[in-house]
Structure formats: structure tokens, C-alpha cells
Design a protein around this ligand. Sequence first.
Ligand SMILES: NC(=O)c1ccc[n+]([C@@H]2O[C@H](COP(=O)([O-])OP(=O)(O)OC[C@H]3O[C@@H](n4cnc5c(N)ncnc54)[C@H](OP(=O)(O)O)[C@@H]3O)[C@@H](O)[C@H]2O)c1
Length: 246
Amino acid sequence: MELSGHGVLVTGGATGIGAAIATRFLKAGSDVLICGRRADKLRELQERYPQLRTRVCDLEDPTQRVALRGWAISEFPSLDVLVNNAGIQQRIQLADEPDWDLIHREIAVNFESHVHLVTLFIPHLLRCQQPAIINVSSGLSFVPLARVPIYSATKAAIHSFTLSLRQQLRDTPIDVIEVIPPGVNTDLGGPGLHTWGVALDEFANAVFDEVQKPDVREIAYQFSAESSRASREALDAIFERMNAPG
Ligand SMILES: NC(=O)c1ccc[n+]([C@@H]2O[C@H](COP(=O)([O-])OP(=O)(O)OC[C@H]3O[C@@H](n4cnc5c(N)ncnc54)[C@H](OP(=O)(O)O)[C@@H]3O)[C@@H](O)[C@H]2O)c1
């Protein structure tokens, strides 16, 4: 896809992978709206990039998703790219009677909100010239990390949903692209918990090299390129390696 001339909404666009996507679209000449819960993080990025438009929004709440759609389209009627990026990651021990609200929050943000936003935006996107939906899944969509069981399951769900979405939209102008990050050094799960992994700029540069190619559908990198293309046998071996005790 072309990176310039779009109107792009990036959920969770103030930090990490979302901010890297938002600023690359902005620098390429697109208009960009970002949302997230923390006003200070939105403000921080907007101070560096004053053209960014921002909105405080909690995507766990369905009414705020509907309000986000209304705001985004009225703020920017030619919005034509939705980037479903917002996500949280929680370490949950399933045998320790975890609180259901905690579990549901992860399902609501990582999966329900993406599905809901897609259905809310499709009618608008269908009226655009070169619209796209970009869903951010994970290398863990293909092989779960057991200490983040709900996270891994929501990411598997996003991958499955993206395949069905692309199939259902095949005769429309809407491109459906899946970005499948490997471990990337961000604040996912909380500051200091995810410092391992690929450097953010390295990953974002690789994504934007790919996204500009014609007919791109899935963009993976390193571990996620391996897991998203692995045989069941290879996935079993990766699962054992990743989830080895100790
Ligand atoms: N880093 C990795 O290794 C990795 C690997 C695979 C996939 N991913 C995926 O990449 C995406 C971005 O994650 P990241 O690594 O860049 O971590 P991050 O910096 O923590 O980004 C997550 C973003 O989502 C926003 N968000 C979380 N809950 C929200 C809610 N209820 N409503 C609105 N916004 C919300 C956060 O902003 P607020 O907290 O201010 O709301 C934050 O800006 C996620 O979907 C993640 O699953 C990351």
C-alpha cells in the first residue's frame, strides 16, 4: 500500500509498536489519529508530532468504541485505514482462581475491541478509494506462551478472525493486512517486563518495507516469521522450548 495520502486511526498509538506505526504513516504524508487510555502518553507524542490528533479512550468499554468511531469520522471524514494495535498482556496462573474481570479485560481489549471496531468501521471504509484494515496479532498466535494464556489465546483469535475478515471482504476495496510481531522491546505488560526482543525501530522498519509491497497480506519478522509458517511438528518443538520449566 501507499503510505501517503491516507487518514489513519491507530489504536494504542501513543506508545511502542502503535507509536512506531503512527509516526511512520505521519512522516510519509498521511493524517494520523491515535487513541489510548493515558492522556500523558498521548500528549507526549503529540508534543513531538503536533500534527497528530489524539483521543483518550478505553477500548475495554463498547460505548467508548462507538464514540471513537463517531469522533474519528467527524474529525477526519476521509479516514481510510484502521490499525487495530491496542493490547495488554497479563501473566495469569489459571489454577490460582484468577479474577474473572481481570481475564475478561484482556479478552475485551485484545479481541472484542478489534472485532467491534472492524464492524463499526467497515460501512465507512467501503465508501473509500483505497481502504485498509491492519490487525496486529503476534508470533504467539501460532504457539502459545503458557504464562500469558489469555493473551496467547486472544492473539490466536485475532489471526483466525483476520483470515475470515479478508475472505469476506475479498470482493471489496478493503485490504486486510496482518502484522505479526515477534518479541519486540516495548512496555507491553508493564515497564521493564518486555525489555528483551527485537529493537522497536528495527521491527517497524521491516514492517514498513513490507507494507509498501503490492498484495502484502501478512508481515512477520524473525521468530514470528518462523512460527507463522511452521509445521505442526515444528510448532510442538517451539512450544516445548518456549515453555520449558525454569
Ligand atoms: N512487544 C511485543 O513483543 C509484541 C509482540 C507481539 C505482539 N505485540 C502486540 O503489539 C501491540 C502493541 O503492543 P506494544 O508491544 O507496542 O506495547 P505497548 O507499548 O504497551 O502498547 C499497547 C498500547 O495499547 C494501548 N491500550 C492498552 N489497553 C487499552 C485500552 N483498554 N484502551 C485503549 N488503548 C489501550 C496502550 O495505551 P494505554 O495504556 O495508555 O491505554 C498502549 O499504547 C499489542 O497488540 C501487542 O499485543 C507486541
